[in-house]
Design a binder for this molecule. Structure first.
Ligand code: CDP
Length: 213
């Protein structure tokens, strides 16, 4: 069985997908983490999003893997590094690049081909797994999503103001939803859940009720 969960930044996709995967004993695939890992590697090597040749070269020599709940970039766990705010700020500019997306989608489909999966991202229901049995589209107001991301960042000691976080989230949503290839959008047939006023348990309950049906 395949479950696709899409939605904008901070809509709760990853928290919720991870918990559902645990409950159902499904494999959880965080596709955003993969785009973040590529962004981390590019930035560490000072390769800008417009340097296509260098990026293509880099991909030939890149390995991304999930093991025991961790993401490995070229054999090294990068769970923490990919959540830094500089990655939040730059990831969308790498994620618009078509050859990067095709490279990712190939890996994502391979992982999903032989097990029960819940996969979250922007284009899962619409492009990566169009035949998924269940598709969800999580949303929440930009203010609420900004507050969630702000809490996460300040808990890690990052000094930033809320207005800036909300602004960055809006910018990223704009880039993600207006890109030409596989943009962020609600897939046909996806069940939309507005999480603005729902807690995590509420969203999980709603999703599980569809799964059980
Ligand atoms: O956790 P958050 O919602 O902030 O973002 P994420 O799911 O980790 O995704 C980070 C970024 O990766 C997104 O803003 C997109 O630019 C890109 N992404 C994408 O283009 N397609 C996906 N399937 C997943 C992420």
């Amino acid at each position: 069985m395949q479950i696709a969960v899409d939605g904008p930044a901070g809509s709760g996709k990853s928290t919720i997908s991870k918990m559902i995967a645990n409950q159902l004993k499904f494999e959880y695939i965080d596709t955003g983490a993969m785009y973040r890992a590529i962004t981390l590697k590019s930035m560490n090597q000072d390769i800008r999003p417009e340097e296509y040749d260098k990026l293509e070269q880099m991909l030939h020599d890149t390995d991304i893997d999930f093991k025991d709940g961790h993401i490995y970039l070229d054999g090294i766990a990068v769970d923490e590094a990919i959540r830094e705010n500089k990655i939040n700020q730059n990831v969308s500019n790498y994620a618009v690049i078509k050859f990067i997306r095709l490279w990712m989608v190939d890996i994502q489909r391979k992982i999903a081909s032989n097990k029960d999966v819940i996969m979250d991202g922007r284009d899962i229901g619409s492009y990566v797994l169009p035949k998924a049995e269940l598709k969800f589209f999580l949303t929440a107001s930009a203010e609420e999503r900004g507050k969630r991301r702000y809490k996460e960042l300040t808990a890690k000691g990052v000094e930033i103001d809320l207005a800036q976080v909300i602004d960055e989230i809006k910018k990223r949503d704009h880039i993600d939803s207006t890109r030409e290839f596989a943009p962020l959008k609600r897939a046909e047939g996806a069940i939309e859940i507005d999480t603005t006023f729902l807690d995590i348990e509420g969203v999980i309950e709603a999703i599980l009720s569809y799964v059980n049906r």
